[in-house]
Ligand binder design. Structure first.
Ligand SMILES: O=C(O)CCC(=O)C(=O)O
Length: 297
């Protein structure tokens, strides 16, 4: 007789899940398992010279990411870099002993129009509408400066539920996008500055990486973009950050978006006592929609 309960279920787990309980509930709470640091050569992703919304939306579904060039001007890049340098108090507190300089400041949308402005450039909204339909929102964001010695292993940001091996394959199966992040880069990326890396198509694994650095024979590729460019990627894409081996710091701003069924990491606009009158007065209808209460179909 087939054994029931947790022990029986564990026996039927895919080897990647052996020893953890992810499949017992169906919920995945893991971003990666084991050693997922990539140590090999890093090819670059192709760089689009122009933005084509249809190609970008197709890219999000097929490859898991798209690149939107030239969203910020040189002046805007400098403005945000200065903001990141001057905010958050003395630098010493961000020197993490035995690791690296790691300054990550949460975006304060309630009081900071600079950060609000990064939530809704038409190019990004266009792509997000193709990913989520009408029901999506901003759930959070951060400004992030990282220094020499910083690297991240390959992981997913959020993958609400895993699928059995081979259950999903392109183009027969469209895996819904639940969450996506826009990375605004404020540097001309070089390999020694520790670029973000992505494994194109790895969302079709439909599980977090486990002691591995490739999917379907495809390894990590570096997001080698210019200051002012954005890489938008889905949260179930396997991605990482290469080692910063330089003496320079890398500047990057994140905006996290999600389907409306997700919660927000800050008070919604309707709870207006948390918001500054200046920001409330300046919000456009679209920004209110993105920063407001999650709307449901
Ligand atoms: O800093 C990077 O390039 C990657 C950041 C990342 O992977 C994350 O925030 O999950």
């Amino acid at each position: 007789m087939r054994e029931c309960g947790a022990a029986g279920l564990r026996e039927r787990l895919h080897p990647h899940y052996a020893g953890n309980v992810m499949r017992l509930t169906g919920h995945n709470e893991n971003r990666s398992f084991g050693d997922t640091i990539y140590r090999g050569e890093l090819p670059s992703l192709p760089y689009p010279e122009r933005f084509d919304p249809s190609e970008a939306i197709e890219g999000m579904h097929r490859d898991g990411y798209c690149i939107i060039p030239g969203l910020l001007s040189k002046e805007e890049v400098q403005h945000y870099r200065t903001k990141m340098e001057t905010g958050g108090g003395p630098d010493e507190q961000y020197e993490v002993e035995g690791w690296c300089f790691n300054k990550q400041l949460a975006s304060d949308y309630m009081h900071d129009l600079d950060m609000v402005r990064l939530t809704d450039p038409p190019e990004i909204i266009n792509v997000l509408e193709g990913c989520f339909g009408d029901y999506f929102q901003v759930i959070g964001g951060s400004m992030w400066i990282t220094g020499k010695g910083r690297a991240m292993g390959i992981h997913v940001d959020s993958l609400p539920f895993p699928l059995p091996p081979g259950a999903a394959s392109y183009p027969e199966f469209t895996i819904p996008i639940f969450m996506a992040t826009a990375h605004y880069y404020l540097d001309d990326l070089t390999l020694d500055l520790g670029p973000t890396t992505v494994i194109p198509g790895s969302h079709y694994a439909a599980r977090p990486p486990s002691n591995e650095t490739s999917f379907n024979g495809v390894g990590p590729h570096a997001v080698m973009v210019k200051a002012g460019d954005v890489c938008l990627f889905r949260s179930d894409l396997w991605h990482a950050a290469a080692m910063n081996t330089s003496d320079r710091r890398r500047y990057m701003i994140q905006v996290h978006y999600a389907h409306s069924t997700f919660g927000k990491w800050f008070p919604q606009v309707e709870w207006d006592h948390y918001w500054s009158p200046e920001v409330l007065a300046a919000l456009t209808p679209r920004q209110r929609k993105l920063l407001g209460r999650p709307r449901h179909p």
